[in-house]
Design a binder for this molecule. Structure first.
Ligand code: TTP
Ligand code: MG
Length: 395
């Protein structure tokens, strides 16, 4: 089963979430100048006919009381990452296709997360908990139908097309709804009297290919209920690392250990963000004379927690004889397996004793920092000596 998720009025919803005074109002995101266009509009504004890509003056004409806000792309991107992260908790097979939509292959999720409808509801719930935003979801045995389904009950929709319902759905599906059928193709099909995908199925395939070229092949396949495009996870990350050039060259082992700890923490965070576990940890050192040294250690069982990464990096540093001053130090992790599903976690367990608990700590720290900003909370071992004071009232 393929699940397609698409956020509702994404940019506008983020603005309404961040600025409570905009909630329930007609919000239009876009350029407010003479030549500005609408990027998106809240559902309140859509009632007045405001649409994406409409000139802003037209939007103003249709909805004079609309509040126009300029976009904040960095913000939307950050929220998008948060959403994709939530999705990866259900399956590693997540293919983001735009800033606010993704395909998931949920075929393997039944045992862990229940039937498709339950998975979809859990996803909606999780996305809401993590971001305060609503989304619409479509589930179907075919990728293109999942996409169409997610659009059918917007906003806050959930539409499931079961295997049994597919033939009838295809037969009645207006061709204009098919992703990839633009205005020109739509008109061509209309001239051939092809109104639904059912009409396409009954049409001689050769003739269709003749008229439409390559896209004709695709339409013939879709009409037969074939959409072989697999869900391809975008994450082809091969390694993650964290390093820094020191403000002063040093051989001070205690200082280097503290810095390593920070890097291990950062690497752990990246692994968790990508839902990966690593089997190899690499220590990288650049000396004052710019000579670079790397030392690696590979373990049998994949790790993810900052603590496990730090322990390995620390061993590597201890085994390396520091005869010269260090200019740059870093930690890397590679040799990945995906670490998304509890099955895999149980299967592989974890290596360093007690690191399961550390993983829990790391995940909690990630969640808090995600909500309140990076650095809101961190481990005592990362705080420089002398700064471990009582939290002030602000904290
Ligand atoms: P969409 O998912 O197409 O639109 P939407 O999320 O705003 O509304 P809907 O509930 O109908 O899904 O696009 C996602 C975001 O991408 C949208 O919030 C703004 C941005 N976008 C553009 O920048 N340019 C465009 O032409 C469109 C359509 C969207
Ligand atoms: Mg959307």
């Amino acid at each position: 089963m393929i699940l397609h998720i698409d956020m509702d009025a994404f940019f506008a919803s983020v603005e309404q979430r961040d600025r409570p005074e905009l909630r329930g109002k007609c919000v239009v995101v876009g350029g407010s100048s003479e030549r500005g266009v609408v990027t998106t509009a809240s559902y309140e504004a859509r009632r007045y006919g405001v649409r994406s890509a409409m000139p802003m003056f037209e939007a103003r004409r249709r909805c004079p009381h609309a509040i126009i806000v300029p976009g904040r792309m960095h913000r939307y991107k950050a929220v998008s990452r948060q959403i994709m992260d939530q999705l990866r908790a259900f399956t590693p097979l997540v293919e983001p296709v735009s800033i606010d939509e993704a395909y998931l292959d949920i075929s393997g999720g039944k045992r862990l997360f229940g039937p498709p409808e339950q998975i979809a509801r859990s996803i909606k719930h999780r996305v809401m908990q993590a971001t305060g935003l609503t989304c619409s979801i479509g589930v179907a045995p075919l990728r293109f139908l999942a996409k169409i389904a997610s659009d059918m009950e917007k906003p806050d929709g959930l539409t499931i097309i079961s295997q049994a319902a597919v033939p009838a759905f295809i037969d009645r599906l207006p061709v204009g709804k098919i992703p990839g059928v633009g205005k020109v193709t739509h008109e061509k099909l209309a001239r051939m009297n092809l109104i639904t995908l059912g009409d396409v199925r009954q049409y001689p395939p050769d003739l269709l290919v003749n008229r439409l070229g390559k896209f004709g092949h695709r339409l013939v396949a879709l009409a037969r209920g074939e959409d072989p495009t697999p869900v391809t996870p975008s994450s082809d990350v091969k390694s993650v690392s964290s390093e820094n050039t020191l403000s002063r060259d040093t051989r001070d082992a205690a200082l280097l250990h503290t810095i390593l700890r920070h890097h291990a923490e950062d690497v752990g965070r990246q692994l968790r963000r990508h839902h990966l576990k690593a089997r190899t940890v690499t220590l990288k050192i650049k000396h004052a004379d710019f000579q670079q040294v790397t030392r690696s250690k590979t373990v049998t069982r994949p790790i993810q927690s900052a603590e496990s990464i730090f322990k390995l990096a620390e061993d590597l540093l201890d085994q390396y004889s520091l005869t010269r001053k260090v200019r740059l130090i870093g930690v890397g992790a590679s040799h990945f397996i995906t670490a998304d599903t509890p099955i895999q976690m149980d299967l592989f367990g974890d290596t360093v004793e007690g690191s399961k608990n550390w993983e829990k700590v790391d995940h909690t720290v990630d969640a808090i920092n995600e909500k309140f900003g990076r650095g809101f909370i961190s481990k005592a071992s990362l705080v420089p000596p002398g700064k471990k004071t009582e939290p002030d009232s602000r904290e």
